[in-house]
Design a protein around this ligand. Structure first.
Ligand code: NAP
Length: 250
């Protein structure tokens, strides 16, 4: 069996300051892959992740950039090129909202979820793919959610819909650029222990729901990161236009 080739070039990870994104940054840095990651507001968390990667001797850049802001996204990719050609993107930055039924959801909430989770993913994919085609290839990994399939009734159908849009981006963009050396794939995490649940007002969510997971437990951010790293690697060279569930069977 041939060796698993890690990405050559720089990988951009959005939302790398905490949770799944931070675990992806750590997993790539441990393999010596240069990483440029974004964060929204939490500079302290970003500096901690950057220091951990730097301690491994891997070039890393932390850039404050809101993925829903076009100028910020352009700035993020310009900074990433300081580390070398961009050949990987992990479209990870995402937000959720407190549990609510569709009949109680207002326009501002839906717009915010779509702005960050969908518009952000499209803007970053555009900047990445433009550069990857120029560089002769690359891989985009979109971080979706099992919510896209389960629909999240009584919790956040709007969030689920935003992730279903991400899944459609994976399929459509993959087919647009498959003959230009660019792969577009996704992961659908299930219940993963990160801050996102507390931020959406439900800190005990994973503990409460983990019995509904066939494997009987919540997942760790590092377990999602390993799937992302594999999808980015040359070991996944014939995989495109598809999304992998990382959800303990849920
Ligand atoms: P998290 O712990 O809340 O971390 C979110 C990250 O995204 C942070 O680094 C945050 O930056 C960044 N971020 C938020 N809004 C942003 C924006 N507008 N622009 C740029 N960065 C932004 O979340 P997580 O659980 O790791 O989630 C990561 C991804 O996995 C999301 O797409 C989420 O929908 C998806 N997911 C999570 C789960 C789960 O159970 N945890 C399940 C399925 C899917 P700051 O640190 O500056 O705030």
């Amino acid at each position: 069996m041939r060796d698993v080739q890690q990405p050559q070039g720089t990988v951009v990870v959005t939302g790398g300051s905490r949770g799944i994104g931070a675990a992806v940054v750590q997993a790539l840095a441990a393999r010596g892959v240069p990483v440029c990651f974004s964060y929204a507001t939490n500079r302290e968390a970003a500096e901690f992740v950057a220091q951990q990667a730097a301690d491994l001797g891997t070039p890393v850049l932390a850039v404050r950039a809101d993925v829903s802001d076009e100028a910020d996204v352009r700035h993020l990719f310009a900074r990433a090129e300081e580390l070398g050609p961009v050949t990987g993107l992990v479209n990870n930055a995402g937000v959720n909202a407190p549990a609510a039924c569709v009949v109680d959801i207002d326009a501002a909430r839906v717009r915010r979820l779509l702005e960050v989770n969908v518009v952000g993913a499209f803007l970053c994919a555009r900047e990445a793919v433009t550069r990857m085609v120029r560089a002769g290839g690359g891989t985009v990994v979109n971080v979706s959610s099992r919510a896209a399939v389960l629909g999240s009734p009584g919790e956040y159908v709007d969030y689920a819909a935003s992730k279903a849009a991400v899944d459609a981006l994976t399929v459509g963009l993959a087919r647009e650029v498959a003959d230009q050396g660019v792969r577009v794939v996704g992961v659908r995490p299930g219940l993963i222990r990160t801050d996102i649940h507390a931020t959406a007002g439900d800190p005990g969510r994973v503990e409460r729901l983990q019995r509904s997971v066939p494997m009987g437990r919540g997942g760790e951010a590092a377990e999602v990161a390993e799937a992302v790293v594999w999808l980015l690697s040359d070991a996944a060279s014939y995989v495109t236009g598809t999304t992998l569930d990382v959800s303990g069977g849920r």
